[in-house]
Every structure is written in C-alpha cells, then in structure tokens.
Design a protein around this ligand. Structure first.
Ligand SMILES: [Zn+2]
Length: 178
C-alpha cells in the first residue's frame, strides 16, 4: 500500500520534515488509479502525541494530503511513528504484544501496560488473525526468521530483531496494515 514513510521514526523528525522537506511524503503514484503526479492538497491533523503532557504536547500533528488530478481521490502518507487506523503508536503496541508473547494474561497486560483490556485483546486478535500473511511476507524478506517455527518465538524475534514498526513499514508495501 505504501502508506507509511519508513524513514521517519519520531514525531519531532516528522514535524521537521513536513516543514522543510515535504516532498518525502508525496507518493510516486496515486494509490487509487496508479497515475503519477499527485498534487499537494493541504493537511489534516491527528492527536498523535500520547507521551508528552499538555504543555509539551506536539499535537495537533499535521499529516500531508495529496490529490490525484486523474481520479480526484485524496490520499495521505504517515510517518512510521504514527500507526494507520490506530490510536497508539507501534512502540506501545509492541510493548503490550511482547508481554502477551511472553505468556502474560490479558489481566496482567492491562495492569502492567495501563492499556484497557479490550484494547489489549484487540491487538492480540489482530496479530493472530493476520499472522499467516504477515509471517509469509516477513519470512521472504528476513530469511533468518524462517527457522522460528511457533507463533510466539517468531513474533518475539520480529519485535527484537526488526521492531514492530519497521516490520509494519515493510509489510505496508505489500499489504494493507494494520
Ligand atoms: Zn488517481
């Protein structure tokens, strides 16, 4: 899908790039019709900063939009530090998933991560549902992962060796994530 710009890994870096080098975000072609040459089309804002206090918050965080002159669809691209269609970034999801992969119960995860149990369950179910296609493409890209047979050790190694963020950046090129 190429929705994620993998080289932008922090919100500070994202903000600097939006203002100094916005071309980084322009897609090579319209994701709807494939036509090259999309136009800049302003931005929308996301409350992407969940770490800093209100005074230090980087919110609202601008996300650049583009318009295709061929089919008139708009599209946008996100930095790797913002997860598509998710409230929390990949770093938070990765920490929770590592607890689960280590055998922690949903209740433990809720207590240690401070995230709602329903959120934790949703992330767990998402990884299990998408495991087959994710693992297939990740193994083709990172052959060293192929030796990890079971679900838990495979994903622990993805997180430790590749990081969830960069794994999703890579999967985003071939699949729709999350
Ligand atoms: Zn188009």
């Amino acid at each position: 899908m190429h929705r994620i710009v993998g080289s932008i890994v922090s919100l500070v870096q994202h903000l600097a790039t939006v203002f100094t080098d916005p071309e980084v975000y322009r897609p090579a072609a319209c994701p709807h019709c494939g036509r090259a040459g999309v136009w800049g089309h302003g931005c929308y804002y996301r409350k992407a900063d969940r770490n800093n206090s209100d005074e230090e918050s980087l919110n609202p965080v601008p996300v650049l939009r583009f318009l295709c002159p061929g089919c008139t669809h708009t599209c946008s691209r996100l930095p790797a530090c913002i997860a598509p269609r998710r409230w929390f970034d990949w770093v938070v999801q990765q920490a929770v998933l590592l607890l689960l992969l280590g055998g922690a119960s949903l209740r433990h995860c809720e207590r240690y991560s401070g995230r709602d149990r329903r959120t934790v369950r949703r992330w767990r179910d998402w990884l299990q549902e998408r495991n087959e296609s994710f693992a297939f493409f990740l193994r083709s890209r990172f052959p060293e992962l192929g030796r990890r047979a079971d679900f838990e050790s495979f994903w622990r190694h993805v997180i430790e060796d590749v990081t969830l963020q960069q794994a999703m950046v890579w999967l985003d090129r071939v699949l729709d994530v999350p």
